[in-house]
Design a protein around this ligand. Structure first.
Ligand code: HEM
Length: 368
């Protein structure tokens, strides 16, 4: 073997050793985090990691008749699915607090089983950008009396920006908020080309978004407590949603943005803190969603979603290390045990009680 060939073989071995090591660290990191979450939060606390306070509904979803997005067999024009959605507030059990709100969608009427799930939060960007960043976010939460993330926000101004953008206080309805999946997913279309996709939901009638504080201070953002003299109850948004759906249903548009993959892709494409330029990546209507029924507390609480509920061609983008932007979704994909521990906790210790309308504001624990 020539010296040159020997040298390049050495390089190759070093490259693959590093790659395997990084991937193994990522796997262990995510499995250990999920196990700790399951053992110390979900099982004993009968809790979701976040978003415990929510209401689910069912209806139908119809893929648009004339798609302007790249063709995909799963999203065939005019295809209809039964749909179950869940709106929630992260993380407190009090709708009147300044919370991130969410809409999660599954293309089925089941509590869990579905060919496609997508979880979305308010705000366009996120509060963390990799597995490492997410762990810091979790570690520096330091929540007390409805005040949280002071230390994380001071250390990571990008996280603060994301949380300022996502917080919604006094929204008038879950229906008029904008929800974004933030992280990109695979989109291997019918033409065989590899692309990436982001999803969002907007109200079908384009009603203006409510609940946005146009200029929150750093302190306002950490202090998510209800305002003094608050008149809204702890369940006001869920009650409003029940009434609205019973009266006229709730109507949304699911939209999609795609990005063609290329060799030597700029990693920033995967960074959920960076928006894709809307001129190069316009939003296309993907489906119309109509919700006709809301579900009771028990059924809403039993409803759960997963990034693993997706066809392979639309699933999670592979991640290489704990610093990789795609490790956010890799981490979610490896956190099933946390969800299972929560559902097991109801069997062992009983279903969690509905949230009382008033008493004990600014809390995140059951029975407080
Ligand atoms: C930008 C990224 C993320 C978004 C948009 C997101 C969104 C959501 C939403 C909307 C829910 C509530 C779903 C429901 O109504 O039941 C949720 C729950 C959850 N998320 Fe995330 N999430 C993200 C990142 C993560 C990460 C990094 C982890 C780490 C493991 C994670 C783990 C979980 C878990 C364990 C639950 C509760 C599952 C259950 O018990 O049903 N998420 N997420």
């Amino acid at each position: 073997m020539s010296a040159k060939a020997h040298h390049s073989l050495g390089h190759m071995i070093a490259f693959w050793t590093r790659r395997i090591f990084d991937k193994a660290v990522l796997w262990i990191y995510c499995k250990v985090f999920a196990l700790l979450l399951a053992m110390f939060l979900c099982l004993p606390g009968r809790k979701r990691m976040s978003h415990d306070n929510g209401i689910a509904g069912t209806g139908t979803l119809r893929i648009v008749d004339n798609p302007s997005f790249p063709a995909h067999d799963f999203f065939a024009p005019g295809r209809e699915f039964p749909v179950r959605i869940r709106h929630a507030s992260a993380t407190f059990l009090d709708d009147a607090m300044n919370c991130i709100r969410s809409m999660s969608i599954k293309f089925s009427h089941d509590r869990f089983k579905s060919p496609f799930d997508i979880e979305m939060n308010t705000g366009q960007t996120s509060l963390f950008w990799s597995a490492v960043s997410f762990l810091k976010f979790a570690k520096l939460r330091r929540q007390k009396y409805g005040v949280e993330y002071r230390d994380f926000n001071r250390r990571y101004p990008d996280g603060l920006k994301g949380s300022m953008e996502a917080g919604r206080r006094h929204a008038s309805s879950f229906e008029n908020l904008r929800y974004n999946c933030k992280t990109p997913f695979l989109y291997n279309g019918s033409d065989g080309l590899r692309r990436y996709a982001k999803y969002r939901v907007i109200p079908a009638d384009g009603a203006p978004e409510t609940g946005i504080d146009p200029d929150p201070s750093e302190w306002d953002q950490c202090n998510q407590r209800i305002l003094p003299h608050e008149t809204r109850g702890r369940n006001y948004l869920k009650h409003e949603y029940e009434d609205r759906v019973a009266r006229r249903g709730a109507h949304y548009k699911l939209q999609i943005q795609t990005h063609p993959a290329s060799d030597g892709e700029d990693p920033e494409v995967f960074n959920n803190m960076v928006l894709w330029d809307e001129v190069a990546h316009p939003w296309h209507d993907l489906a119309e969603i109509t919700i006709t029924e809301t579900l009771d507390w028990r059924e809403s609480t039993m409803t759960t979603f997963s990034v693993n509920n997706m066809p392979k061609s639309l699933g999670v983008i592979p991640a290489q290390s704990i610093f990789d932007y795609n490790s956010v979704n890799y981490m979610r994909a490896h956190s099933e045990i946390a969800r299972k521990a929560r559902l097991l906790s109801y069997k062992l210790f009983g279903m969690v009680p509905p949230i009382p309308d008033n008493d004990n504001r600014n809390v995140e624990d059951w029975g407080v």
